[in-house]
Design a protein around this ligand. Sequence first.
Ligand code: UDP
Length: 247
Amino acid sequence: MTARSRSNNRASDKLREVTFQTGIAPQASGSVLISFGRTQVLCAASIEEGVPRWMKEQGVTGGWLTAEYSMLPYSTAPRKQRDSSRGKIDGRSTEIQRLIGRSLRAGIDLEGLGSRTLWVDCDVLQADGGTRTASITGASVAIALACNKLVKEGKLAKSPVSRQIAAVSVGVVGSEVLLNLDYPEDRDAEVDLNLVMTGDLEFIELQASGEENVFGDSQLATMLDYGRRGISELVVRQEEILAASLC
Ligand code: UDP
């Protein structure tokens, strides 16, 4: 079988072009505009003093991290109606924001954050597949920037961020395993896998579904292999951006 041709002649195990632009939302404590090819997500981390009421009621100490995700109306064609005008929250957005929050909590010592809430806002500027994975990868950097700011301001002795978290999609399209799918690939995918990992390549979350077809051990192994390679590259990029921000 001939391999599917990918845009820009991308090899099956290659990421799209990845860029990080920091400081994009100056009112936030940390912000990043991340691009995975044409997918672009604004990731902003804002710090609020205090924690949710349930933490106080349950006697949970330390801080909290919570995430919100939405696609801006003009991120898709045709235009996507805002939840506020529809009058209800999209189930997909709810599922994605929970995934983002869970994933990012694995990279931070909440006790070390003190009695603060880290709000993570991920707003999709342009959607072309992989918006949840771009959100996690960009927001991880935004959080580190926000926590570095707390240290710089003398509010914390050390950053509670213990590691970078990155995420990438992998799929099976026409029996071929492809890394970091764009929308046309995602639409045609028989199997869809979203992988969230630490820089040490430990799993945080693995969401694999045989949407159109079942998949076997060897395809899963290839998906994980491609995914790990993608995550390794993303974490190197995250660390570079953070190191540059300290200069
Ligand atoms: N998409 C869209 N409108 C929607 C939901 C999704 O145009 O309401 C497109 C968009 O390009 C998105 C892709 O479908 O990136 C794949 O969506 P999925 O739910 O798999 O999430 P993602 O891959 O973005 O994490």
